[in-house]
Structure formats: C-alpha cells, structure tokens
Ligand binder design. Sequence first.
Ligand code: MTE
Ligand code: HPA
Ligand code: MOS
Length: 838
Amino acid sequence: MNAAKDISVSRDAVADPEVRAANARADGLPPADPAEKTSLARLPAHARAAGRSTPHESARAQVAGAATYVDDIPEVRGTLHAAPILSTVAHGKLLGVDTAAALAMPGVRDVILARDIPGDPLLGNFSHDEPVFARETVQHIGQVIGVVLAGTVMQARRAARKVVCKIEPLPALLKVQDALKAESYVLPPVFVKRGDAAAALKKAAHTLHGTLEVGGQEHFYLEGQVAYVVPQEQQQWLVYSSTQHPGEIQHWVSHALGIANHAVRVECRRMGGGFGGKETQSGQMAVWAAIAAHKLHCPVKLRLDRDDDFLVTGKRHPFAYEYDVGFDATGRLTGLKLTMAVNCGFSADLSGPVADRAVFHADNAYFLEDVEIASYRCKTNTQSNTAFRGFGGPQGMIVIEAIMGDIARTLGLDALDVRKRNLYGIGERDTTHYQMKVEDNILEPLLAKLEQSSQYRQRRKTIAAWNKTSPVIQRGIAITPVKFGISFTATLFNQAGALVHVYTDGSVQVNHGGTEMGQGLNTKVAQIVADELGVPLAQVLATASDTSKIPNASATAASAGTDLNARAAQYAARNVRDNLAQFVAGLDRCGAGAVQFEGGEVITPAGARPFTEVVKLAYANRIQLWSDGFYRTPKIHYDKATLTGRPFYYFAYGAACTEVAIDTLTGESRVLKVDILHDVGTSINPAIDIGQIEGGFIQGMGWLTTEQLVWNDKGLLSTHAPSTYKIPATGDVPEHFKVDFWPEPNREDNVFGSKAVGEPPLMLAISVYEALRDAVAFARPGRAVVLEAPATPEHVLQSLSLSWRGLLAPSPSGRGNHAENDAGDSGFAPSPSGRRQG
Ligand code: MTE
Ligand code: HPA
Ligand code: MOS
C-alpha cells in the first residue's frame, strides 16, 4: 500500500530475535538462527514486549496460508454439509415445504426443518423473538426455513434450490419510514431529554430543519459465516465456530438442543474478520448445524456461500433522521430536537443496545444544552440488523456532524470554527445529555494540533481559490472529531477471565475469554503477559478461545477486548509471578516484594536466576505454576430505563482532516489526503494500532462512499455480491494517509495506560462525508447541501442538482432545500413548530 510511506511510526520490529523466533514458530519452521531456538535464553533487560511494534502473532502464518480457520479443520469421517433454504418472499404465510425434489438430488441425505428442533424453536438470544427456522410466517427474503444435508457443499447448495416453499404473500414493510408510520417496532421507542428543547428552539436566533438518510453496511468479513459441529460421546457437543462470542454460541446451541450448557464446548482459534457481524449472528450457523447433527448423528458443517451470507445475515443499521436545531450567530447550538428512525430489520437482535449507543453518541464531541432525542427501533421485513464496528456510534455522530456543517454554511462560518465553538468544556459545559461528566476531554488541544499539522486553514484557502478556476472538478476539506465511549453499555458484559499456564520448561500459555478477529488481541495479551512474567514474547503463546477454559465470557466487542482480557491475563500472570516470588524470596531470604522478573530472569538482592530454572525448581517444590485472573471494569453504572449514568469508563478521542475531489459531471469522488491524530493512550503495539486506525478509517470511508445496499421493491437485497457491492479497494486508499498518536496515557487506570482502538477510528471517516459536502457547497454556493449517505456518484449528482434546483426554483412551501428532500414521504410526522431558515 503506497499509504505506508507516510506513516510515522516505525515498523522495525522484525529485527528483534524473539520476534523472528515467534515468526518461525508460526510458520511451523525451525528458527533460522539456531541460537534463537533457545528463545528461553537470557535477553537484555530492556527487551520488554509491550509498547513495541511486534508483528501480529498470526501474521506470518496467515500470509503463508498456514493459519487455521474453521473450514481448514480436517473433517471427521462422515461429515455432512448443510446449505440453507431461503425465503423468496419478504413477508408471508408459510403454508408448506415440498422437499421431494431436493431429496432426490445426488448426495442428499435429509432436509431439516423447524419440526426437527429438539429444544426451543426460538433462538436462545436475549430478546427471544427470532425463530430458529421460519415456521408459520416468513419475515424477509433470505430468512432460513431449513437446511439441506448432503455429502458435499455443492450437492447441498444445489438441492437447497430445489426445495419448494409455498408462501402466501402478506403486505411487507420495507422502508424504515413505512415502519415508523405503521408504528412497527422490534422494541419500544426511547426518549432522552435535558432542559427544554422546544423553548430553546423558539427563542433561538437561527433555526434549521433537516432530514438525513444514512445507509447500512455489509460486514464483508473475508471469511464468511461458518460452523462445524462434531458430536462427542454421551450427548456432548464440540462446536467450531467463527464467532466473536463463543459463550453465546454455547448458550444458543444448548438451548436449541434442550441440553445443559456444560455439554457444549465451543472453540474459535480466529476469525477472518468479524466487525460485529459475528457478535451474535454466527450463532445461527452453529444452531442449524447442531440441529442437523443431532438428527443425523453425524458431524455437520455449515459454511454460507457469499451471496447467501449477504441475504441471510444482518448489517449495520440504516438510519433516517429528522432534526430541528437552534443556534446563535456564533454557531453555538442552543437547542436540538432529533428523531432517529432505526431500521432494525425483522427481529431485535442487538438493535436495542445499538440504538442506545446512537443516542449516547448523538452529541459526538459537543455540548447539547437543551436537547430532546427520540429513538424508534423500527421493524421492517429485511435482514435483522446487528452490531457493526461503532455499534450505532457512527449513526449517532454523523447527524450532529452534518448539523455542524449545515450551521457553518448557513452562517457563512468555517465548519471547524463551528465545531470548536460547540466542544465540551473543561469544568463547564461538560456533562452529556445522559448525565455523564466528560472528565478526560482532550479535543481542544488535539484539534488545534491537527489543524496545525494538516495546515487546514491554508489548504482550505488554496482549495477555494483552486475551485474557482476549475470548471468540473471541485475539492472540499473537513476536520471532524471523534469522542467514543468505551465499555459495553450493558454493564454486566464488562468482565473478563483468563488463564495463564507456565509449563516446566518455562514456556507460557495464555488463554482468555476474548477472540481474535485480526485486531491483534492475542498479540497484545501475550505482550502484557510476557512483561508481567519478565519473559521474552516468544515464550508466550495465546491459544484458541474455548468455552471449557473460560466460562461465561463476554463477546469480544465494544472495542474492549484488550482492556478486559489483557487485564484479566495480567492478573492471572501476576498470581503465578507472586507464587514464584514467594518461593524465590524463601530461597534468598528476602521479601517477596524485592523479587523482580525481567529479561527472562528472576532477580533478588542475592542474585539472578533464569526464569526457566526458577520454574523447574518451583515445580519440584510443588508450587502452583498456573492461575486464573478476573477483571471487571470499575466506576461504570447506568439506568437502562432512562439511559442516564456513567455507561463508559472513559472516552477515546481522535480527529481527521480529509480532502476530497468530486467530478461535478459524473458525481464520482476521490479521497485525496487524510491526516489523522488519534488517541490510543500508551500504545501496547503501535503497528497494530496504526493498522486498526487505517483499517477503521477505510472501512468507514467505504460505508459513506461506495458501499450501497439496494433492496428492490419486493424486498430482495439486489446487491448481494462483490460485483454490485463495492468495498474499498487498495486503489481507494488515499495517496497521502498519515496517522499520528496523541501522546498521552489513558487518564483512567487501564492496562498499560492504553486505550481501546478497534472501533473509534471508523468514525474519523465522517470527515470524508463532510469534505464531500464541502465540495458540493463549493460547486453550488449559497445553498444547503443535502447528500444522502453513502455518497455514491448518483447521490453526489443528486446533491448537486438538488442544490441547483433549489437555486432556480425555491420550493413552494418555502421550507428550503432540506424540506425538499423529504417532500411528501419522509414518514416523519410534520413537526408542529414553525420552521425558519437561517
Ligand atoms: N479489526 C480486524 N482486523 N477485524 C475485525 O473484525 N472488528 C472491529 C475491531 N477491529 C475487527 C477489527 C470491531 S467491530 C471491534 S468491536 C473490535 O475490533 C473488537 O476487538 P477489540 O475489542 O479487541 O479491539
Ligand atoms: N458494543 C458492542 N456490543 C454490545 C454493546 C456495545 O456497547 N452492548 C451490548 N453488546
Ligand atoms: Mo464490535 S461492532 O463491538 O463487534
């Protein structure tokens, strides 16, 4: 990637002997240098693992094709393959299923339907509102009615298409606006309010009314959804699943089979990406395969084909918004009424917490004084939307950022100044609309630094001058901040467990409740454990997530994987270290507190011994060489009913400056330059964190530019393959792509002083959307800019022409451009308050 040349953190880690040894181990090859084979040998004391850019523990194995995914696990003899039977109707009565033709196909063994479920026909998830297999009704195109079992994957897939489902169509709700009108909800609406928004709007110097629509996003993990269920002796089950939440798979499978949790063991070595799409929705594969395995008494694998993955599984929630905002002449917001209509799809899944997080992030970085937010969790006849990197945060933030841009254009101010004007204060204006005090706010200095380093002011002037001379191409630039709350909003999930085993040769295994999806969790956990024991990183091996090792683990999600699991692992390692320290203190007649673990040695005032030697001695003296560790996040609490309290332990901050160009004839756009300043606290692994920031940003850019999901008027998702659904390619990475870290540790006590990094950078890409709107504004000056997200060429063209049409012929209602966008069919109840422009 040409982007790498601009990146400011060095990646020279492969020069480390211990890292090379780890690489060799991952390849399954002997280390190149025989001296490194004794990676347990003494290392210089400065060789600490955390804080260094050691490569991802699986990187070499992954590029060598030697890393194991579920579909790579050698199949047990007699394994059958399952393929899903999909509903072809968005909403209807399921009158019958004719399996005769499918059963006659080569290799087919059976067809599994709802009647074959031994336990509860509803999934064992929190909301308990989703059938395992569709029964009396079907609720979206792609809903799974059953699975066909055959000797090979292709035989199963071909036969699944031969199953004839008799469905009597019923009226379907496909658009979120229709669901809102029909009051069709998966969960009741939630209202959060502070002060008196209506009164504030009434007395505001300026008001704006607007609507906005933001599309969903397909996860497009490179490894699709897959599960492999292998029956064990005495009604016990082993499930290999590509999942962010092995514990939930365990619950769902035992629930569906009607057996106890202890009889189901779930293992996940790694995922080829999850991005939230495997937080819950990997469970269906496992349940379907388990029901089939239960009926046929044989191992069953279910790997969705990519098109089916698109049609079956949920996506990022599309949102529609309506807002009234009041502000003063300086651009400071004085009142806000915001309605969010959340398209949840046909069942609740994680929609409640996703919609909550959107409410929590509707402020992004800004103090909302008098505010009223309504959040409607709409039920439509589409896939059940689910977690996706940011988990509603992006959808909460984008609308307030759009409002900031609108205010700036209305007042003729620079959008950065409007954003700065509205930032949370220090010691004043610092309490969120959900009553949490923002104590760790660094955005003012962070934005100032980025403004300087990106030369924003100068560039915006240059761009404005350049645009004047450019007939077709127009550029735009924007800086947007991110303030993202870290912790699961469901407080109970903020706990984690780990096991650290030290073997008698001094090698260490760590296991924790988190899962590896590419984000580098195992690497960071191993780094922390290595330092706690003072051993080289190559001596520590992180092993597959396994419900029989760590029970009741939370999903690896909410970016909290390292915060939770690395701390739990650190505590586990500390217990072992304490055992060893006490033992060595006895030998050397010193206090246990005087014993140090460093550079592969155990050091007391009397002298140093190799860690390996201490371990052998300790074993011979019957000292426990392994331990568990448990961590729960302190300080957090909140009231689920009113959404008030302290849902987050701390905030992760960042900002991005993005420059774009649009072609005003075709609507095409490019992201030209990106400068990011992001807060990861003290980085445990700078290379991995930069990867997360780059990857998150590019994924967010895809969401807001090219990744468009199109359902046709029957409710079929017509963009169900990479031919029509466009994620960013390497060529879309901006040529100038610079990532810097904010140089300050986490102000809260978090592992190594680090901050969570998995999701926050995705929202830096809102700067792309705002830069595109800036470019449209340059092309069509003096008008409001309405740009539907994703900003595909069509939407950019539409935005140009909407603004253009507005200039020629103001809409008769006199409501201006924003109103024009929702004329007639916004689905929002018309607000009774009078609307004023500017
Ligand atoms: N990075 C990679 N490479 N692959 C992924 O699937 N998922 C993201 C983020 N980064 C993801 C990723 C999401 S949605 C989350 S919540 C976090 O990683 C989860 O991991 P963490 O909590 O360990 O950061
Ligand atoms: N993030 C991700 N997953 C979750 C959350 C959250 O805040 N709450 C419940 N599941
Ligand atoms: Mo991430 S959306 O919390 O899995």
